[in-house]
Design a protein around this ligand. Structure first.
Ligand code: F6R
Length: 612
């Protein structure tokens, strides 16, 4: 959470940083700020609210300079007010921060006792005080940063400037993501929380590791270990994402664009992972062999939110296809319950951002107990990807809308590829069975195109029901997690209370909620649960609930009982979760549009949850 961007180089850094912040606004958007040096003098501009508020202020402030660092905030310590907005400055030391200083109360007490006065309620301001104190004690700027950070417990990604050394920009990282990058011109450097902020300027990035800092000066960038100052050799990575991918491309919202990108995203996920004969899966890239798959006796999937829903579908596939006992854990729960893990456990961490603090901590917990780690991530070089024994990248391209869409469907594709590869290794499916699922996967982009044609129908339904205060989503089996996901999408962007439930469980409680005001979304695919779900649907109708049914195109029975029916061209039992996901995303999207909420940046949320 929180986005930071920095620039050092020959051009004016203010528009560069503002442009980068705009790409990172999904990481937090309750206040923002920027700092630079104008003719050697420090100039800071901060504002409460979205980045556009800061932009308005900047128009009047006429700020231009280099280096420049900026921040978009998701409040942890201290309300979203201007004094709490970053950058924070003390005695010429300017800091932007993503993370949490866990020992800030004791550090603040120590500094106050030594006569320091604070101008904000944030934990971040401590860092500028600590560095300034070290400089005043005689250390040079980088040494002061190192000494100060040795006192800080918790997580940080930092951009730091110092008024007396206006040609230096320092970046430091521990537990929160940070990339440093080389610009096109000599002596040009960038830093950012995430790659999309840099796409327009640089393709050559360095992923800072924990406990590392980068000191950028016109004559070069040096990466060193924070504890001992020793220089670290870093690999330069070439980023393949296109800057256009991080633009709205004519769509009203990123979310809508990302929903419509799903056929292409799924094709990209499949690319290079299906054998030439189109009958087998090839996952050599993940670094696990078929022997490894045979040795696994248990899978534990860890994730949060939407990624957790993908994990629930993954469990079904891994158990039914590869016959491996699989548990799915919410990462924040897993890490505190002393889970049973051993060397034959494969731990799968699923995370779009690859930075979710709970998932990362769960991964570390599992690793400590000897599990092998495979991650399914979208963001290249992210912390979770780098701490895993193998990575299956989703290749969905940058996902900017806070509500996850294409990341989810591509996670599902990765999980199915994995289940098929494991099934092949463990001989739990015949070659023919695998070939038939591979064929289904290859046909999927076409079916996703078809399901997207339903958008106008979903817009109409959304218009009709957007004033409802609650929604219930029901499904069974493989599609039960899709009901959970549909409900999550609706609540996070439209702020309508929504619950997903296994349809068979409805009679054990939620049935009490049903009345003529409650829209009930029921997924009735043509699979082994069809009759049972149809019975559940009738139970809803008998209590005057308003059923919005999603079923196979042409189904008459479901239509007979439902207020609304959406006919889906199905993909077969195993692949149906993918085609049933998309219309639920569209329903949530249009509902939010009719309600007039901020679709891409819903209140209180952030895209990348890097705090516990
Ligand atoms: C919902 C959503 C969140 C994320 C969750 C995990 O639309 O986006 O629930 O899925 O915060 O994020 P990642 O996948 O980045 O670990």
């Amino acid at each position: 959470m929180c986005g930071i961007v920095g620039y050092l180089g020959p051009r004016d850094g203010v528009p560069v940083v503002m442009d980068g912040l705009q790409k990172l606004e999904y990481r937090g958007y309750d206040s923002a700020g920027i700092a630079t040096f104008v003719d050697g003098e420090l100039a800071i501009c901060r504002s409460v609210g979205k980045l556009r508020e800061l932009q308005k202020k900047l128009l009047q402030a006429d700020l231009a300079g280099s280096p420049a660092i900026g921040h978009t905030r998701w409040a942890t310590h201290g309300r979203p007010t201007e004094p709490n907005a970053h950058p924070h400055v003390y005695h010429g030391v300017v800091v932007v921060h993503n993370g949490i200083v866990e020992n800030y109360i004791s550090l603040r007490g120590e500094l106050e006792a030594a006569g320091h006065h604070f101008s904000s309620e944030t934990d971040t301001e401590i860092i500028s005080h600590l560095i300034a104190r070290e400089i005043e004690g005689g250390r040079d700027f980088p040494a002061a940063v190192r000494a100060a950070l040795s006192r800080v417990r918790g997580a940080f990604a930092l951009g730091i400037l110092y008024e007396q050394e206006p040609q230096t920009m320092i970046a430091a990282r521990k537990g929160s993501p940070l990339v440093a990058a080389y610009g096109e011109q000599q002596g040009e450097y960038y830093l950012a929380s995430d790659i999309p902020a840099l796409l327009a300027y640089s393709r050559e990035v360095i992923f800072l590791d924990d406990d590392e800092m980068a000191v950028c000066r016109p004559d070069g960038m040096v990466v060193m270990n924070i504890a001992d100052g020793r220089e670290c050799r870093k690999e330069i990575h070439r980023v393949t994402w296109d800057p256009i991918m991080a633009e709205k491309g004519g769509y009203k919202h990123f979310m809508l664009k990302e929903i419509f990108e799903q056929p292409q995203a799924v094709s990209n996920t499949l690319l290079g992972r299906v054998a030439e004969n189109r009958r087998q899966v090839e996952l050599h890239e993940v670094g696990f062999s078929h022997d490894d798959w045979r040795r696994v006796n248990r899978v534990v999937i860890l994730a949060c939110g939407t990624s957790w829903h993908a994990g629930l579908v993954g469990k079904f596939w891994l158990e039914s296809l590869a016959r491996i006992p699989t548990e799915v854990d919410i990462a924040s729960e897993f890490r505190y319950r002393d889970p049973l893990i051993d060397e034959q456990t494969l731990l799968i961490a699923i995370s779009q951002s690859g930075e979710t603090a709970d998932t990362l901590a769960g991964l570390q917990e599992g690793k400590g107990k000897g599990a092998k780690i495979l991650s399914i991530c979208n963001v290249m070089g992210s912390s979770i990807a780098r701490q895993s024994d193998g990575v299956l990248y989703t290749h969905a391209g940058p996902e900017i809308g806070v509500a996850s869409t294409k990341a989810f469907t591509t996670q599902l594709v990765c999980l199915l590829l994995l289940a098929l590869d494991m099934a092949a290794a463990r001989q739990t499916m015949t070659e023919e069975e695998i070939a038939s699922q591979v064929a289904g996967l290859l046909h999927l982009p076409l079916l996703l195109e078809k399901v997207l044609e339903l958008a106008p129908r979903l817009e109409k339904i959304a218009r009709r029901y957007h004033r409802a205060s609650d929604y219930l989503y029901l499904a069974r089996g493989l599609n039960y997690p899709i009901a959970l996901e549909g409900a999550l999408k609706l609540k996070e962007i439209s702020y309508i209370h929504a619950e997903g439930y296994p349809a068979g469980e409805m009679k054990h409680g939620p049935i009490a909620l049903i009345d003529e005001h409650l829209p009930v979304v029921v997924l009735v695919p043509h699979d082994r649960h069809y009759e049972k779900v149809l019975n559940n649907l009738q139970e809803v109708v008998a209590r005057d609930g308003r059923v919005i049914a999603f079923t196979a195109a042409g189904d008459r029975k479901v239509a007979e009982f439902s207020a609304e029916v959406v006919g889906i061209e199905e993909a077969g039992e195993l692949l149906n979760p993918l085609v049933y996901t998309v219309p639920l995303q569209l329903l949530a999207y249009y509902t939010a549009v009719f309600k007039g909420t901020d679709v891409d940046q819903p209140r209180n949320l952030a895209k990348s949850v890097t705090v516990e």
